[in-house]
Design a protein around this ligand. Structure first.
Ligand code: UDP
Length: 457
């Protein structure tokens, strides 16, 4: 694609999708392309900030009227978003053409595969962007093809399933939607349909890196024009440098950066457990209370992201009781936090961005997956990449405080996991780090054979 070409990037409206796709935008901008980042929003003028003049941010409606309460029903929400994008995007493209700024390509989120037809109808190339790893996409693909049957569970025991290039999997290792089909029929259809038209896509982008999923990569590259463009963690963090602009990035939430960093600055190296479950997970009250007790009982310092209303579920006087031992915030500058030398481990829900961030920044992890692709990411994190441990839950998915204490102790006081993760990062992420803005413009990043280069659009 020629310098100055115009590309539209359209993530699904969730932080875990906006973050990697906006980072990818910056990378394309640094290669001389003009970008329009379309953000589906219920706020007509969101406070997004970009340091690139060549990235325009255009908000479009999520389908809810002003003042209308946003639905808590995910299926309903996703259907509204689909209808709204189908309504607004064609007009946006036509307006761009009329204003002499015609887009050449649409980079769209894999959870909205119907955008490929919109791109092709309006003469644009279509590049699908997977914000999940191949280990997850491959499972969905096999389900879509009917070549994989989900293991069944009985009395808390699961049968095992085998897939090429995978360890044996049981029901708890699979993306949760496959086992919760009745609760989220639209989401189940959406995740499986992600790969339904992949044969017609012009290029397939994935936020992962080659070494991490080597075995699967051979297979996916033999069938589709795949480019792994991850990790999208900016290289300044990999180099342990912090951005001067504290509003760097596109966040839907405001973080109290100074509060977190000042607190961490007072702590010894590797002495703090960072706890975060991403932007969507809502823990049930009894689980939140159990986790709170486990963290307190562990005796370690902890920085815990407890979002919005969840704070009300904490035990009475908890914040006073933990005192200096813990800092609770409603949103953190996660990359800055994970880069900080005081962090000893990351208790995470294993959302794909968080997993990649922990992995890229060399922080050992304790996986406490909740739903979606998190169980599969956690399985690989513990058993294949061996960069952390996963908490064991009861049959009903409940994690007891004793298990939290045990796992925190294992990672904070043991030696096995930290040593492994440091060598893993050195061996893999560094080699495959293509995020650097220092790369001269003349070098095309996307040119690893046998993949097509971006210029093949
Ligand atoms: N994040 C953050 N501050 C927080 C919690 C999360 O900046 O307090 C960021 C995190 O760095 C990651 C994203 O939000 O990039 C969450 O994405 P992930 O895929 O891990 O989880 P999801 O929110 O999709 O469940």
């Amino acid at each position: 694609m020629k310098e100055g070409s115009h590309v539209i990037v359209l993530p699904f409206p969730a932080q875990g999708h906006i973050t990697p796709m906006s980072q990818f935008c910056k990378r394309l901008a640094s290669k001389g392309l003009k970008l329009t980042l379309v953000l589906v929003s219920d706020n007509p003028s969101p406070p997004y900030k970009t340091e690139h003049d060549s990235i325009a941010v255009v908000p479009i409606s999520n389908g809810f009227e002003e003042g209308e309460e946003r639905s808590q029903d995910l299926d309903d929400y996703m259907e509204r978003v689909e209808a709204s994008i189908k309504n607004s995007l064609p007009k946006l493209i036509e307006d761009m053409k009329l204003s002499g700024n015609p887009p050449r390509a649409l980079v769209y989120d894999s959870t909205m595969p119907w955008l490929l037809d919109v791109a092709h109808t309006y003469g644009l190339s279509g590049a699908v962007f997977f914000t999940q790893p191949w280990i997850v996409s491959a499972i969905y693909y096999h389900v879509f093809k009917g070549s994989f049957s989900v293991p069944s569970t009985k009395y808390g025991h699961s049968t095992l399933a085998s897939l090429p290039s995978f360890p044996m999997l049981n029901a708890n290792d699979l993306p949760s939607f496959l086992c919760e089909s009745s609760s989220y029929p639209y989401i189940l259809r959406t995740v499986i349909d992600q790969l339904s038209n992949i044969d017609r896509v012009d290029i397939v982008l994935c936020n992962t890196f080659d070494k991490l999923e080597e075995k699967l990569l051979k297979w996916v590259q033999s069938v589709w024009p795949v480019l792994n463009i991850g990790p999208t963690v900016p290289s300044m963090y990999l180099d342990k440098r912090l951005p001067e602009d504290k509003n760097y990035g596109f966040s839907l939430f405001g973080a109290k950066v100074a509060e977190c960093m000042e607190w961490l600055n007072l702590k010894q190296p590797s002495s703090v457990v960072y706890v975060s479950f991403g932007s969507l997970v809502v823990l049930k009250e009894d689980q939140l209370i159990e986790l709170a007790a486990g963290l307190k009982q562990s005796g370690h310092f902890f920085l815990w992201v407890v979002r919005g209303g969840e704070k009300n579920k904490l035990p009475e006087n908890y914040i006073e009781e933990i005192g200096e031992k813990g800092l609770i915030v409603s949103w953190s500058p996660q990359l800055e936090v994970l880069t900080h030398k005081s962090i000893g481990c990351f208790l995470t829900h294993c959302g794909w961005n968080s997993t990649l961030e922990g992995l890229s920044l060399g922080v050992p992890m304790i996986g406490m997956p909740h739903w979606a692709d998190q169980p599969t990411n956690a399985k690989f994190m513990e058993d294949v990449w061996k960069v952390g441990v996963r908490v064991k839950a009861n049959g009903d998915g409940f994690v007891r405080r004793g298990e939290i204490v045990r796992r925190v102790g294992e990672v904070m006081e043991g030696e096995k996991v930290p040593k492994r993760i440091v060598s893993f990062v050195k061996m893999t992420v560094r080699k495959y780090d293509v995020v650097s803005t220092k790369i001269p413009k003349s070098i095309v990043v996307f040119n690893r054979t046998p993949c097509p280069s971006f210029s093949d659009f």
